[in-house]
Design a protein around this ligand. Structure first.
Ligand code: GLU
Length: 423
């Protein structure tokens, strides 16, 4: 198989949307390359007394609409190509939610599961020391992503404040509440997708209790969305983590799955044996099998590139909601479209996270804090509005949801670029 470039893939999406829009060559040129990409090394004193050097990145794709914004990912498969592609996605995601922010992303090549807490802290503080000159509340604002969380943000925030000799809570979002975090940030990515799915049920006139849902990935976003959808009476029929998954077409009890995952470390242990209380048993499935199940909603909530040319033909879901970033490749997208599968793109489906990050940044700058209800109602308003906008543009131009969402986002970014580069 030829080496897949996530970054080249995202550029194809851009080209497709450019074709539909009347955008000057100058603006197109500005939007097809990241503004700044930084590669640096973080030396960390490990618990065994030796120094280990980790490769780290930060890509600031475009700042036309405001300071760049995006998470920092700790994962062994992080590459420069991936970080660039993710910063591209952040640029358009912030524009979709109409936030006054640009797009950025960071990453460290590390298997964080193998680090002790102390090693993780030293790595996180080292990241900030390596990048300090290029980040800050008015420059580039990091946040959590895969395998980084509110604790990671707390270390990074403290390191930034120590170097800057002051309190700058707006440097980073996704912080614990006690040091300037926002209510509702913890489950905001799932909440945003939940509002979209509720809109879909209304729009496509679907009965919640008849919808079968498969969710790939059991991280923060996947778990919280599963809980929210189950409460609405939707049937969660398949779940997975990186070690594999389970399937029960009669529905899985999500709370029970969470407990099993906590106790046994893997989702594949969820009542596979007949259970006294549930009286039913799940079947083991692989991550690949989960994607190909006959369900109504498929929610990829793990890594990118999961639905690609090799399996797109086998997808049987009616709707796909991209909770992960970039789970469907450009080529797969074309196949899914031909099959009539409706797909809500990542830049809208998972924009809840960065939207509440933006709320956190606003609250930090005001020094005033909102209740969870206020946060949710502001988030709901944005998600509902942009979903309606998506339907309108897709219908008007007779294009897929992916192309439509990029038309909306590019138009917004292009307007800001134009304002700056034309006389
Ligand atoms: N990492 C999240 C994302 O991919 C959140 C980014 C943020 O809050 O800045 O959207």
């Amino acid at each position: 198989m030829p080496k897949f470039s996530f970054y080249e893939n995202s550029q194809k999406v851009l080209d497709q949307a450019f074709k539909q829009l009347n955008i000057s060559e100058d603006v197109v040129n500005v939007l097809t390359a990241p503004e700044r990409v930084i590669e640096f090394s973080i030396p960390v004193r490990m618990d065994n007394g030796k120094i280990q050097v980790f490769t780290a990145y930060r890509s600031q794709y475009n700042s036309a609409r405001g300071p760049t914004k995006g998470g920092i990912r700790y994962h062994p498969s992080v590459t420069l190509d991936e970080v660039k592609a993710l910063s591209f996605l952040m640029t358009f995601k912030c524009a979709v939610a109409n936030l006054p922010l640009g797009g950025g992303k960071g990453g460290v090549i590390v298997d964080s599961k193998k680090l002790s807490k102390g090693e993780k802290e030293r790595l996180s503080r080292g990241y900030v020391r390596g990048i300090f000159d290029f980040v800050g509340p008015t420059k580039d604002i990091p946040a959590p992503d895969m395998y980084t969380d509110s604790q990671t943000m707390a270390w990074m925030s403290d390191e930034y404040n120590t170097i800057a000799r002051g309190q700058h809570p707006g440097f980073i979002t996704g912080k614990p509440l006690s040091i300037g975090g926002s209510e509702g940030r913890d489950d905001s990515t799932a909440k945003g997708a939940y509002y979209i799915i509720m809109d879909m049920l209304r729009e496509f006139k679907l009965d919640a209790t008849k919808q079968k849902v498969a969710i790939q990935g059991f991280g923060n976003a996947g778990i919280n969305l599963a809980k929210m959808l189950m409460k609405e009476g939707m049937l969660i029929v398949a779940l997975s983590d990186s070690k594999g998954g389970v399937c029960d077409m009669k529905g899985i009890d999500v709370e029970h799955a969470i407990k099993t995952k906590q106790e046994k470390g893997r989702i594949a242990e969820v009542h596979v044996e007949p259970d006294k209380k549930y009286g039913k048993s799940c079947k083991h499935i692989t991550n690949e099998q989960l994607l190909e199940l006959e369900v109504d909603f498929l929610v990829p909530a793990a890594l990118e590139n999961q639905i690609n040319e090799s399996n797109a033909k086998k997808i049987k879901a009616k709707y796909i909601v991209e909770l992960a970033n970039g789970p469907v490749t450009y080529d797969a997208d074309q196949i899914l479209e031909k099959k009539g599968i409706q797909l809500i793109p990542d830049v809208l489906a998972n924009a809840g996270g960065v939207t509440v990050s933006y709320f956190e940044w606003v609250q930090n700058r005001y020094g005033q804090y909102w209740t969870r209800e206020e946060v949710y109602s502001k988030l709901k308003e944005i998600m509902n509005k942009e979903f309606k906008n998506l339907l309108k543009v897709a219908k008007k131009h007779k294009v897929s949801f992916r192309t439509a969402i990029y038309m909306i986002a590019i138009e917004r970014v292009a307007e800001a670029v134009r304002a700056k580069i034309t006389g």
